[in-house]
Write a protein that binds this ligand. Structure first.
Ligand code: 2AM
Length: 476
């Protein structure tokens, strides 16, 4: 076989990935269950590079140079298993199967273990950036063995987005590490989007700005430390006018946010790992709440604050405070996401380099931003920070944002504007800072009703108070 790599599953993502590979001078074998798609790809885009179309699985495999590198781009779940089972028997020891779909990392771990038994490398590979990214340079998060990366890495790096000349692709870690990190990326994306949406809501309902004005504010922010793809596209969406009605586009869109599930996975996994990702969780819950029409309808009659909604005397000053609150909350959300990455890495033995993850998210993906350079720098020193919050750069930003952050959250509460992302971020920050937490009281309650025992601050051991008797303490 002559092809350096093959792609099977030629819907938009697979097709664009194959075109990206071909445009970079690689000979790409292409295959699809329905052969019409394969023919169409070669007809439409054959001039972009060297494609080797195959109609049968056997021809497809035969067209690949060894060790064979075969990328599967089909729907996550049963389809992925079906395609793996179709191709695995045709492959030989040392060949590499790449799953470029949005698989759950536990599925990737299972598939990797099963294929390793059969002498095959299986690489669960997170690919971020959507259709456009797949074609012009995505952020790529491959898991799997180090050996597989030696053969696959250069190909993937050649088609990834580039920032300052560096490819946005690195070997994340063994088995499911790549899909895990991609999952957390999406969770952080949910949190970031929610925070930006709250900033918009506050500028509109508290500062009294119209969407077009807010678009301008966001464009200004995008020239500063908040510079990011998400702020950029938010300004575009807010500046857009609905052609049919002449009204701001954002006002004619139904306010029920949908989700495909990776944010939910992030939170479910965080619960299992015992990692408090409250910013991501609030973002997932906020989308969920928005879709509960009957619940929201029933709640329309509930009373709000007695105080009228006062516009601050100085709306411009409030806008600056929202910018600071957004930046501080964003630091918290990302700190939580990185906590989850390091916790997952420890739990599964992945040895993930947290700075490298920041580096490959600087380009190609939805959360790409200047901000990620700071996170990378925070992990570049000798000893990684326990939390990003205490990195000197972020610590200073949090210090400067203090008053504004608190004022914005307090104002939101007083005026009845929901800001779950901003509030949860601030609560997390204050809880971590607290010298003593009311968790001590919770332990007392648990010991009272369930004899769950507690530890003491002054002595080793587990203790139980005989609440129903003379309230003496016994060592458990
Ligand atoms: P199709 O064109 O034959 O439907 C996205 O759905 C892509 O995954 C499509 O290219 C689709 O092929 C492919 N796909 C979906 N389910 C599949 C399966 N069970 N086996 C093979 N390919 C599948």
């Amino acid at each position: 076989g002559q092809a350096q790599i093959g792609v099977t599953g030629l819907a938009v993502m697979g097709r664009n990935l194959a075109r990206n590979l071909a445009r970079h001078g690689h000979v790409v074998a292409v295959h699809n269950r329905t052969a019409a798609r394969t023919r169409q790809l070669v007809e439409e885009f054959g001039h972009e590079g060297e494609f080797v179309p195959a109609e049968s699985a056997a021809d497809f495999v035969a067209s690949l140079r060894r060790p064979r590198r075969l990328v599967i781009m089909v729907k996550a779940g049963a389809a992925t298993d079906a395609v793996i089972e179709e191709f695995a028997p045709l492959l030989e020891s040392g060949d590499v199967i790449v799953d470029g779909g949005n698989a759950h990392f536990e599925d990737t771990r299972r598939r990797e273990a099963a294929l390793r038994e059969r002498g095959l490398h299986f690489v669960g590979c997170g690919i971020s950036g959507g259709e456009e990214g797949a074609l012009n340079g995505p952020s790529i998060m491959p898991g799997g063995s180090a050996e597989s990366y030696r053969s696959l890495g250069p190909l993937l790096e050649s088609i990834a987005a580039r920032v300052d000349g560096e490819p946005c692709c690195t070997h994340i870690g063994p088995d499911g590490a790549g899909h895990f990190v991609k999952m957390v990326h999406n969770g952080i994306e949910y949190a970031d989007m929610q925070l930006i949406a709250e900033a918009y809501d506050l500028l509109r309902r508290v500062a009294g700005y119209e969407p077009g004005r807010i678009a301008e504010v966001f464009r200004t922010w995008n020239r500063g430390r908040l510079d990011s793809y998400l702020i950029e596209i938010t300004a575009e969406v807010l500046g857009h006018t609905d052609a049919a009605t002449g009204r701001p586009f954002v006002d004619v869109v139904a306010d029920a946010a949908e989700q495909k599930g990776t944010g939910r996975w992030t939170v479910q996994t965080a619960l299992d790992l015992g990692v408090p990702v409250s910013g991501i969780a609030e973002a997932v819950f906020a989308r969920s709440l928005s879709g509960h029409g009957a619940l929201r309808e029933a709640a329309q009659q509930l009373p709000g604050p007695v105080r009228p909604e006062l516009h601050p005397d100085d709306a411009a000053q409030f806008a600056d405070q929202v910018e600071a609150a957004l930046y501080a909350s964003k630091i918290v959300a990302y700190a939580q996401g990185w906590h989850q990455i390091t916790a997952g890495s420890a739990e599964y033995g992945w040895d993930i380099d947290p700075g490298a993850v920041a580096a490959i998210w600087r380009g190609g993906c939805i959360i790409r931003a200047r901000f990620l350079d700071e996170i990378r720098a925070a992990y570049a020193g000798g000893k990684p920070p326990v939390t990003l919050l205490t990195d000197p750069t972020f610590r200073e930003a949090l210090e400067r944002a203090q008053n504004a952050w608190r004022h914005v959250v307090a104002t939101a509460a007083q005026l009845g504007v929901p800001a779950p992302g901003f509030s949860a971020a601030l609560a997390y920050y204050d809880a971590l800072r607290a010298e003593r937490l009311p968790a001590a009281l919770v332990q007392g309650q648990r010991d009272y009703f369930g004899a769950h025992t507690y530890r003491r601050t002054d002595r080793e051991g587990s203790f139980h108070t005989l609440w129903g008797q003379d309230r003496s303490e016994v060592e458990a």
